[in-house]
Design a protein around this ligand. Structure first.
Ligand code: UQ1
Length: 445
């Protein structure tokens, strides 16, 4: 009975979306479009804007079930109490292009051989071109005890990675007076791989500001073998963790939380040994993976479950009318909003080339950027490409902590994101980098 009611509710919800958007009846609908964009996150939204500008009204359909669009790069700052959750989102309806058709539904099945996607409301969408921009999914539920721990009101476990738990981070910081403050990085791909350590630095600075630093022991347990994947910046970060007395343990993976006892269980990834650590605050970066709906379509994904696209054109290796952008793509770049921004002009031009029957002419160099916030007033702006070589925009040594970069991250990036990236005007900083390059001749190392 309960499941029937749920089903009935779901149907009527879906029916009302359909009514808003097209015809009036509740039977399964069949839609047809030039371009289907699956996902209304950073990449999907920016691309939908670019595509509708070019292709005009009602040629683009966006599938996105969420009501709100979050600017996720703000979550670290919310964790540190520098921004409020309400500042990080806008209604999805306000950020998606008006000339596109938004279906507030989820893609549940991909059939690239038929050029079709099935939706959570039982509808079928046929496309000429498909852009996959689903992002990745958070898997808090795969760590035993973690969801229970996160659901305790005024508890000791928190996470910047979800809007449901990000507010708890600052609450935890305020209520923690002593003991082990433990931060984790999972044994999986991660979106914004710098964020798990940004919150370490912000927290360490917080405890200094409130004169509790001597009473807490700060530990960063990362499943990675390194502190940061790009040596140029890792070499700058190690002295910072040393100076600030942050314990960094590599190859440590969180496998269980025992909220009743305030114990986190880790495994040593080198020898399989398990060990327990008592926490007074535990910040968890959850394991992540590509969405199940995507990974079950084996023709579309690589072994890791991400969309199997060619790394420079972002075109699918098997289906020329399928592209991917952002976190769901299987390209070996860091998964960040900045990467999606740099990918967007490439994906756009190449999709238009396919529509026009022309060869692809645009190539992505793997650009990613990570503003490594190291406290309440400092930031190292890491920028690099596929080869993990720095690819920096500004004519200053970017491996140094700077106030200017902190202000850029905190105050300018949100404006750039809402006003430039989502409406489809921001193509990453390549143009700015080229314009500033004459000034870099004397850049100090
Ligand atoms: C960027 O393009 C971007 O995407 C919008 C971000 O995400 C919010 C960033 O944090 C950064 C740093 C960039 C790169 C932009 C410049 C001006 C270096």
């Amino acid at each position: 009975m309960i499941s029937r009611l749920r089903f009935a509710n779901r149907r009527s919800q879906c029916a009302s979306y359909i009514r808003d958007l097209s015809t009036s009846h509740t039977r399964s609908e069949k839609y047809d479009c030039k371009v289907l964009v699956v996902g209304g996150g950073s990449g999907g939204c920016a691309m939908a804007a670019k595509l509708t500008k070019r292709l005009g009204k009602n040629n683009v359909i966006i599938l996105e079930p969420a009501e709100k669009h979050y600017y996720q790069p703000m979550f670290t700052l919310i964790g540190g109490g520098m921004k409020r959750l309400e500042q990080s989102y806008k209604p999805m309806a306000d950020v998606l292009p008006k000339k596109a058709k938004w279906l507030k539904e989820k893609a549940v099945e991909f059939d690239p051989d038929q050029n079709e996607v099935q939706t959570s409301c039982g509808n079928t969408i046929k496309y000429d071109l498909l852009l996959i921009a689903t992002g990745l999914q958070l898997k808090y539920h795969t760590i035993p005890g973690l969801l229970d721990a996160l659901s305790i009101p005024n508890g000791k476990v928190c996470s910047i990675y979800s809007p449901d738990y990000v507010d708890k981070v600052y609450d935890c910081l305020r209520s923690t007076t002593d003991g082990n403050v433990i931060f984790t990085f999972p044994h999986s791909p991660v979106k914004c791989p710098g964020a798990p350590q940004k919150i370490v630095y912000i927290s360490e600075h917080y405890f200094r500001k409130v004169a509790r630093r001597n009473d807490v022991n700060i530990v960063y347990n990362t499943a990675l073998p390194v502190l940061f994947g790009v040596k140029h910046y890792a070499d700058a970060l190690w002295p910072i963790v040393k100076k600030r007395n942050i314990t960094v343990n590599t190859r440590r993976n969180l496998i269980e939380v025992k909220p009743g006892q305030d114990i986190a269980v880790f495994e040593n990834l080198d020898n399989g040994e398990r060990f327990e650590e008592k926490y007074s605050m535990l910040h968890v970066t959850p394991p992540m993976c590509a969405p199940d709906e995507l990974t079950k379509c084996k023709q579309l994904v690589n072994e890791a479950g991400f969309v199997n696209v060619e790394k420079s054109t972002l075109q699918h290796v098997k289906y020329p009318n399928v592209f991917a952008i952002g976190d769901s793509s299987g390209t070996p770049n860091s998964k960040t909003a900045a990467s999606a921004a740099a990918q967007s002009p490439v994906v756009f031009r190449n999709m238009i080339s396919v529509l026009d029957g022309k060869p692809l002419t645009s190539f992505y160099d793997g650009y990613a950027s990570c503003p490594l916030v190291t406290g309440y007033n400092r930031c190292i702006l890491a920028e690099f490409d596929y080869s993990l070589t720095p690819l920096e925009t500004f004519p200053v040594a970017q491996n140094k902590e700077r106030y200017s970069m902190f202000i850029m991250k905190k105050d300018l990036m949100p404006i750039l994101y809402w006003k430039m990236m989502l409406p489809g005007y921001w193509n990453g900083p390549a143009l700015m980098r080229n314009l500033l390059s004459p000034l870099k001749l004397n850049k100090s190392k």
